[in-house]
Design a protein around this ligand. Structure first.
Ligand SMILES: Cc1cc2nc3c(=O)[nH]c(=O)nc-3n(C[C@H](O)[C@H](O)[C@H](O)COP(=O)(O)OP(=O)(O)OC[C@H]3O[C@@H](n4cnc5c(N)ncnc54)[C@H](O)[C@@H]3O)c2cc1C
Length: 379
């Protein structure tokens, strides 16, 4: 067993850490205030290859693994969970093309996405179908050489900045009645709808996608008709869920740093509050949550890099890290006292950001269902 990073992974961590401190940290208040995505930072990350971390080198990416992706997203998430989510959903949008696209489709879409010239998303959720994927109502009907798509997606990340959107729509009924398509932003009949005004992850764009007689060439369908559910579930489990997990791990690590630092600075009764046992318990709990979340996050990524199926591991890591992020942000606010509720200080933002991570890529209840399927095989 080896729990350490390689020298190359340590170097990546250092590079991303320094980039995030220099470029992202100065923008986080503006992002929280305005809710806008700082596209200039995305351009800088693109130059460093962050947008194409998983994409094979022959398509213009860095060709790195899932462990490296977790390092990248944890370090970004430590300072800006919102930016971490923007980047991770871009990777999520790329993943169905990389895993299920034909050679022609990969050559067309992967290079501009890997270089960050275009931003991606993956749109599955609908007003009638979040946890209940099969409840979706968007339809794709084959007419000649085109599919005609009608419907609406909601709570989708990157809607207003994406140039390439992966979507899943109904081409029939039941589990084999969904198909996946790639849609470019200038396709007639396709447009972003409302922009959501979230209470957390501000500066990460969430919104609707609307399809009104949107005609998509049948060459834009990924894999076979009826493969949509398989494509959506694999992409969410292997890329979307770990992406959120790494951002949440960033929050937990930041809570540890902030709570430990503040407790040594705040003096009460003539001593730093870090001397109070009750405060030490909060910090010990955060420390424990960080170590557990880290082990689960990186172990799941390591399993994936070995090519192993790890849906339950990804669900466990996502459940633990996101629930821990909420718990630890609350504990950090306790350590800060009333300062914890002030907008100028970070704990209240970490709590708001953490809550959104619990819902994204499947709620905690859905994570338990996935884990239970695996657990029940063990008796
Ligand atoms: C920040 C953010 C970003 C997102 N980005 C994307 C994106 O890029 N693409 C995308 O497609 N979607 C995205 N989503 C949507 C996300 O995937 C859904 O919010 C999620 O799947 C839950 O769906 P829902 O919100 O409709 O809740 P619902 O499905 O309506 O669930 C409501 C409640 O019922 C519970 N519940 C549902 N089913 C069960 C069950 N079988 N057993 C027990 N309890 C159950 C849920 O846990 C929840 O508590 C994003 C969401 C957020 C918050």
């Amino acid at each position: 067993m080896d729990f350490g990073f390689t020298p190359e992974q340590e170097m990546l961590k250092k590079t991303v850490h320094e980039f995030a401190e220099k470029e992202i940290a100065p923008k986080t208040d503006w992002m929280d205030e305005t809710g806008e995505v700082p596209m200039d930072i995305i351009e800088k990350m693109a130059k460093l290859g962050f947008m194409g971390v998983l994409v094979p080198k022959e398509y213009g990416g860095l060709g790195m693994g899932h462990v490296e992706r977790m390092i990248l997203l944890e370090e970004i998430g430590r300072l800006s969970p919102a930016m971490s989510n923007t980047v991770q959903v871009h990777h999520l949008g790329i993943s169905p093309i990389a895993a299920f696209g034909s050679e022609e489709q990969k050559e067309k879409w992967l290079p501009p996405l890997a270089k960050g010239e275009k931003i991606a998303t993956l749109a599955v959720t609908e007003p009638a179908g979040g946890s209940d994927v099969l409840g979706m109502q968007t339809t794709a009907k084959l007419e000649g050489d085109n599919y005609v798509i009608n419907g609406r997606k909601c709570f989708i990340t990157n809607t207003h900045i994406a140039g390439v959107s992966g979507i899943v729509a109904k081409t029939g009924e039941g589990a084999k009645g969904l198909s996946a398509f790639v849609i470019e932003s200038d396709t007639p009949g396709f447009r972003p709808g409302r922009k959501e005004n979230k209470f957390g992850l501000r500066g990460c764009n969430t919104g609707e996608l609307i399809f009104e007689n949107c005609r998509v060439p049948k060459e834009n369908r990924l894999a076979k008709e009826g493969d949509g559910l398989k494509i959506a579930l694999a992409s969410i489990s292997n890329v979307g869920r770990p992406g959120i997990t790494a951002g949440a791990l960033g929050i937990v690590g930041r809570c540890l740093e902030e709570a430990a630092k503040y407790s040594k600075q705040r003096v009460l009764y003539g001593k730093p509050i870090s001397d109070l046992q009750a405060i030490q318990w909060h910090i010990a709990d955060i420390y424990m949550d960080y170590e557990i979340s880290k082990l689960l996050t990186y172990r799941a990524a390591w399993l994936r890099d070995r090519g192993e199926r790890c849906d339950a591991d990804n669900a466990m890591a996502k459940f633990w890290a996101t629930e821990a992020a909420v718990r630890c942000a609350q504990k950090t606010m306790s350590v800060f006292g009333a300062y914890g509720g002030m907008k100028e200080l970070v704990p209240q933002r970490l709590l708001r950001d953490a809550w959104l991570f619990i819902w994204g890529a499947g709620t905690s209840e859905i994570m338990r269902i996935i884990m239970a399927r695996q657990a029940l095989k063990m008796g």
